[in-house]
Design a protein around this ligand. Structure first.
Ligand code: SF4
Length: 288
């Protein structure tokens, strides 16, 4: 399917504006997410309609704790991601199409996702497991039909979408869980991303009255020093104030970080204590 946010910037190059990488993509090549390809001057979303994971989960598993509690949420994703976190828990689907591998998935239309959600009595659909930003067109079409059927839409996201993508989804979005993964240096060193993009998007989501929950995974040796925890809290409270839900979550060795230790419970307790001291009242410990 032809992508919805791109422009031709040179004879053989298009610029994708779906996320804040704003990839410049030459003919025959893909963007960083591995699922958007320049085919003869048109940007094609290779993952449209191809669901790699579909499930019905408790909403608390997203994690969303303070929106539709006790309900199930119909969840799906495609392959691909615009980040490559060394600690990714879903790398077998998030990284598999990169740089030029087949874009796999089962043909499931937006209409079928919504009718399955209705049939299984799920009051919401979650766009999750990988990064919904990179399957924007598929998510957007599903969100519109979901709304017409009285369902809520929830994004579980790294928050690195462009402002153009937020413009498109905000009228249909009800709730989000956004990862805030570390300090400015964590984003720069491990993700090659700018943390200010995520913070500005968090602010915009909050100002748009989207139900917002934030998750931070604390990883030994990466973002778990007291100075890191304080910097993360300062970033979040500067952009969001203190009225938001914060999940402080425990890391288990995975993907490129199999040699790391499990996060100490004392680290999570310290993060909770420091967060509460800064005024954040709704803090939950995760993966404990
Ligand atoms: S979604 Fe992001 S990573 Fe993928 S092609 Fe577009 S700008 Fe690049």
């Amino acid at each position: 399917m032809k992508a919805i946010l791109y422009e031709v910037v040179a004879e053989d190059t298009v610029k994708c504006s779906v996320c804040s990488h704003y990839c410049l993509i030459k003919n025959g090549k893909r963007g960083l997410c591995g699922v958007r390809e320049n085919v003869d001057g048109e940007l094609i979303a290779l993952n449209y309609g191809l669901s790699i994971a579909t499930s019905i989960d408790p909403i608390e598993k997203k994690p969303i704790f303070e929106y539709l509690p006790g309900t199930t949420t119909y969840s799906f994703s495609t392959v691909g991601c615009n980040m490559d976190c060394p600690w990714c828990q879903n790398q077998s689907i998030s990284q598999v199409p990169k740089p030029n591998n087949p874009v796999e998935g089962y043909n499931i239309s937006p209409e079928l996702h919504v009718s399955q959600a209705v049939n299984y009595n799920c009051p919401s659909i979650s766009y999750t497991y990988t990064e919904p930003t990179i399957f924007l067109e598929y998510a957007y079409d599903t969100m519109k039909i979901a709304k017409r059927n009285g369902l809520k839409n929830i994004w579980v996201t790294n928050g690195y979408m462009s402002s153009e993508t937020l413009d498109i989804i905000l009228p249909y979005l009800d709730a989000a869980n956004v990862d805030y993964k570390g300090t400015k240096d964590t984003y720069k060193k491990y993700l090659k991303c700018d943390n200010l993009v995520v913070l500005n998007n968090l602010k915009r989501l909050k100002e748009s009255n989207i139900h917002l929950e934030v998750t931070t995974l604390f990883i030994p040796g990466i973002n778990d020093k007291i100075s890191d925890i304080k910097a993360i809290i300062k970033d979040l409270t500067t952009y969001l104030g203190t009225d938001f839900v914060w999940h402080v979550s425990r890391f288990f060795p995975h993907y490129k970080l199999k040699n790391k230790a499990i996060t100490k419970l004392s680290t999570l307790n310290k993060a909770k204590q420091l967060g509460e001291k800064a005024g954040i009242k709704r803090i939950y410990l995760g993966n404990t």
